[in-house]
Write a protein that binds this ligand. Structure first.
Ligand SMILES: Cc1ncc(COP(=O)(O)O)c(C=O)c1O
Length: 400
């Protein structure tokens, strides 16, 4: 064991991202459908156009450091969001702001409160910074209610709304009543998916609540996950301390420039959001007819369980044979599994079978989430393929 490393980091588990297409050892000509990290399936043509313009520009000086205050980006965003510039700070994804929140507000002896289950990065950083977690067990629909908030509540409460990874959402007024009830606690409301449920945003409430920080990202609806840009909206005292604990030149010049585009073209983003919502609702209905139970989603993904989905038993048998080679090679039993697998086993099996069909979705092997698959909404064509593959798994395999 390397004794230079801080001892608690030897067992620290870093964030486990969804599989990347390169992790699948398949021929490059195969089309991989990537539905495992809640990215947008769409590409903004304005972004590629701007990249080409920047490449040719003589006034874009990459030999210089970027503007540490990202003033132009904050002005552009503030204009569209109707928020003063000093209420905004930008970073490399909202993950970088989550990490900054730990540095700015949490020290020895402090704890944070998280709904359980929730987005993994909050717990990853809390273990990195040695901060205790108080968990709030969510009800069957994965929603938090005021009644959940009993017992010890940490100094900072992280709440994604809409909730990840279920997609369910609380009404703004429910959240506000929770925030008002605990004025001594700092609420970080993570609005990563709010574009899909925009009427429930809390950004208009910032001025009224000194204990509120809102997180946003350009990685989801804004279709810029590769750029790594997220931001916080809060009162200037919070913004100043976050700016102070972030690296001085955190956001590079290209990111500062391109990140203005989803704000400038916000009407186009809103249309893409509507398109994704329509595809989501259609695929949810199709999954219901196949026997899946889906948590009502207000995001660009769904959490769905194959509760009454009938996977053909031969797929289960084939898989068992693949993963557990027969100990006794003279054993010629050829019987199919006697009972249907539980939705937990079934979800895991479907995850592997979809992966084999070059469809990447997310499976979380935790007690609460194991009966589900989390599927990002892709293009209409992608989702048609998902349904076709699932239908084919209800029939016996063609080649054995
Ligand atoms: C709830 C939630 N918050 C934050 C993030 C991170 O976003 P970013 O790409 O801006 O770091 C994610 C990404 O999946 C998320 O689901």
């Amino acid at each position: 064991m390397n004794s230079f490393i801080r001892s608690h980091l030897h067992h620290w588990e870093a964030y486990v991202p969804g599989k990347q297409p390169k992790d699948l050892k398949i021929a490059p000509h195969h089309r991989i459908i990537k539905l495992n990290t809640n990215e947008s399936p769409f590409i903004l043509s304005e972004v590629s156009d701007r990249l080409q313009t920047l490449a040719r520009s003589r006034s874009f000086h990459l030999n210089r450091y970027p503007d540490p205050s990202a003033e132009h980006l904050r002005a552009t965003a503030g204009n569209i969001l109707n928020i003063p510039q000093d209420h905004l700070v930008f970073a490399n994804g909202s993950d970088e702001i989550i990490s900054a929140i730990f540095r700015a507000y949490l020290g020895a002896g402090d704890s944070i409160t998280l709904p359980s289950p929730t987005y993994g990065a909050y717990a990853v950083y809390s273990r990195l910074y040695n901060i205790k977690i108080e968990e709030l067990e969510l009800a069957a629909d994965f929603l938090l209610s005021e009644e959940n908030l009993t017992g010890t509540i940490g100094k900072v409460v992280f709440l994604p709304n809409p909730h990840a990874p279920s997609g369910n959402a609380l009404a703004a007024k429910t959240l506000l009543s929770i925030i008002k009830k605990f004025p001594q606690k700092l609420f970080v409301i993570d609005e990563a998916y709010i574009d899909f449920n925009i009427k429930e945003t809390l950004i208009t409430e910032i001025a009224n609540h000194p204990n509120l920080i809102i997180l946003r990202t350009l990685s989801k609806a804004a279709a810029l996950a590769g750029l790594r840009v997220g931001y916080a909206i809060s009162r200037p005292d919070h913004i100043q301390i976050l700016r102070k604990v972030l690296d001085p030149y955190n956001l590079n010049m290209i990111a500062q420039d391109l990140a203005t585009l989803p704000f400038i073209h916000h009407k186009k983003i809103a249309l893409l959001v509507q398109k994704i919502i329509a595809i989501r609702d259609k695929v949810t209905a199709e999954l219901t007819t196949l026997g899946f139970k889906t948590i009502p989603s207000k995001t660009n993904f769904i959490l769905t369980s194959p509760q009454n989905f009938t996977l053909h038993p031969k797929w289960t048998k084939l898989r068992l044979e693949k993963t557990t080679p027969p100990k006794n090679t003279t054993d010629t039993t050829n019987s199919l599994p006697k009972s249907l697998p539980s939705s937990k086993a079934q979800a895991q099996l479907l995850y592997s079978l979809l992966t084999e069909h070059q469809i990447l979705v997310r499976y979380f092997p935790t007690p609460r989430l194991a009966p589900y698959l989390r599927i990002t909404i892709g293009t209409e064509r992608d989702m048609k393929r998902v349904i076709t593959v699932l239908r084919s798994l209800q029939k016996a395999p063609k080649h054995q």
